[in-house]
Design a protein around this ligand. Structure first.
Ligand code: Z5A
Length: 206
């Protein structure tokens, strides 16, 4: 079985940059790697992603409907892409997974945590990452990076700094004392963060 590694953090924390660099390194040392993301990762998942990010004109998403869409994308992703890749022996690197639902929908949107946990388990059939890397930055840094990037903000990115503060605290709290997580300071330069991540991969899996 390959290793299943997920990346988490608030918007703009640098996950996508780091996951790409890790994939390049693993490939260069001869590993087969599948790089994927949530929501998305499959045809159906990418269509759900577009809906989640774009929203529906004139209609505010109910928090429960939003959670169920994330879980629908996840169920398809686990069954159709992640489990087959792990069974082939590929390492799967996934930009966000069920921890995002715990903190965005459970902590920040205040859906009952046990309901989120039940749906996560239902969608994944209990699949747990071997390692989850949280890249930690402050909400203020996040906003600064989004503004610097200059893209139009999507439906979720338009949430307040308070919302992203809740998300960040949610991550810090789930990571505490759980060896599945590696918490890295995202305010360092890109290569220092990557060094830390590669070192952790080496220590755990090589
Ligand atoms: N969501 C949810 O609510 N529930 C769920 O269950 C799931 C997701 C699965 C997905 O958005 C949204 O769905 C997300 C959570 C929610 N919404 N929010 N907010 P997404 O996939 O489009 O976006 P994202 O995952 O949140 O982040 P991102 O925009 O892709 O950014 P990133 O991956 O964290 O960072 P990046 O693209 O690598 O870097 C961002 C910028 O910072 C970029 O300009 C970089 O050049 C710069 N950067 C990167 N590293 C550094 C360092 N070290 N220093 C300085 N600048 C840096």
């Amino acid at each position: 079985m390959g290793k299943f590694i997920t990346f988490e953090g608030i918007e703009g924390c640098g996950k996508s940059t780091q996951i790409q660099l890790l994939a390049e390194w693993l490939t260069s040392i001869g590993k087969s790697v599948v790089l994927t993301r949530e929501p998305g990762g499959t045809e159906l998942g990418e269509q759900i992603r577009a809906l989640l990010k774009g929203g529906c004109a004139g209609e505010i998403f109910s928090s429960k409907a939003e959670l169920l869409l994330f879980e629908a994308s996840r169920a398809q992703h686990v069954e159709g892409k992640i489990l087959p890749a792990l069974a082939r022996g590929d390492d799967v690197l996934c930009d966000r997974f069920f921890d995002s639902s715990i903190v965005y929908q459970g902590v920040a949107r205040k859906i009952f945590r046990a309901d989120v946990a039940f749906l996560n388990n239902f969608a994944t059939d209990g699949l747990l990452p071997d390692l989850t890397i949280i890249v930690d930055i402050t909400p203020e840094e996040s906003v600064e990076r989004l503004l610097k990037r200059g893209d139009q903000l999507d439906r979720i990115e338009r949430e307040s700094v308070k919302f992203f503060g809740d998300v960040r605290n949610g991550y810090l709290s789930i990571a505490e004392g759980d060896p599945r997580f590696l918490l890295v300071e995202g305010n360092q330069n890109v290569s220092d963060i990557q060094d830390e991540i590669r070192k952790e991969y080496g220590a755990r899996f090589m």
